[in-house]
Design a binder for this molecule. Structure first.
Ligand SMILES: NC(=O)c1ccc[n+]([C@@H]2O[C@H](COP(=O)([O-])OP(=O)(O)OC[C@H]3O[C@@H](n4cnc5c(N)ncnc54)[C@H](OP(=O)(O)O)[C@@H]3O)[C@@H](O)[C@H]2O)c1
Length: 227
């Protein structure tokens, strides 16, 4: 199994480190990818900032190599699933590659439906990241809001070298409920992205098209239950 990495900054460098001998190529701005080089890989993992996605998008699609995208702060174009299907390949998009985020997704859905019995609750999603992060609010905070399916205030804070803290607070006049996720080490994103890339390579039941990380996770869990 050979995997290429595009973007070898704070997060991508962890992927390169964890891949070891399974690394095909590592690309950054000084060593940009080419379709030919990308095709020497079984999968591609991408951690470039959202504003750099348009520079590599067509190349990754043209290569036809399955891709796990971690970039946030980019609005994916309409008809993406069709484009990826036409290229006969598979992409997974993740605002947060932490495997624990899939537990959080289910917990948020529970809190959302449970909060229907509360008296006039208000919802706040607060995220804290390192000072170099380009997008705000984080892609993860936006995913939390989507999973919550409620009107929620989303607030952001930039501080030191924080890897990522997300907190959902539900408040009524008489009680407060909090759910927090903290990324202790950036290697959790690398671990999840490699896991996703491996699924794209080996899971024959995955047809071409675009998957969210959550969809991929649920599919694998479902299949393992049926084994
Ligand atoms: N989904 C997740 O789980 C997750 C987790 C963490 C971060 N992220 C997201 O991942 C992205 C990267 O975050 P980061 O903190 O690792 O950023 P970073 O430290 O700034 O690294 C960005 C990397 O992208 C490279 N790059 C930029 N433009 C490029 C281009 N046109 N072609 C090839 N390489 C290019 C840079 O190359 P140079 O060094 O040569 O400039 C650098 O290696 C952000 O959008 C962030 O929000 C997602």
């Amino acid at each position: 199994m050979k995997i290429s990495v595009i973007g070898t900054g704070k997060t991508g460098s962890k992927v390169v480190e964890m891949l070891g001998d399974n690394l095909a190529h590592a690309f950054d701005e000084n060593n940009p990818p080419t379709v030919e080089k990308l095709r020497q890989s079984d999968a591609i993992i991408i951690f470039v900032p959202g504003d750099a996605v348009p520079e590599i998008f067509d190349m990754v699609l043209e290569s036809g190599v399955p891709a796990a995208w971690g970039s946030t702060g980019y609005e994916w174009p309409q008809g993406l699933d069709e484009k990826v299907k036409t290229a006969n390949t598979k992409w997974v998009l993740a605002t947060n590659f932490s495997l624990g985020m899939n537990i959080i997704r289910n917990a948020i859905r529970e809190l959302s439906s449970g909060s229907n019995i509360l008296n006039n609750p208000s919802f706040n999603i607060h995220e804290i990241h390192h000072i170099h992060k380009k997008d705000a609010p984080s892609g993860t905070a936006l995913s939390w809001k989507e999973w919550l399916e409620k009107e929620a205030e989303v607030t952001s804070e930039r501080e030191g070298d924080v890897n990522g803290i997300h907190e959902l607070t539900i408040t009524t006049a008489t009680e407060k409920i909090k759910l927090t996720h903290e990324a202790l080490d950036r290697s959790i994103f690398a671990e999840g992205a490699i896991w996703a890339a491996e699924q794209l390579i080996k899971r024959v039941s995955l047809t071409s098209g675009v998957y969210t990380f959550g969809e991929l996770f649920d599919l694998v869990i479902k299949e393992s239950r049926n084994d």
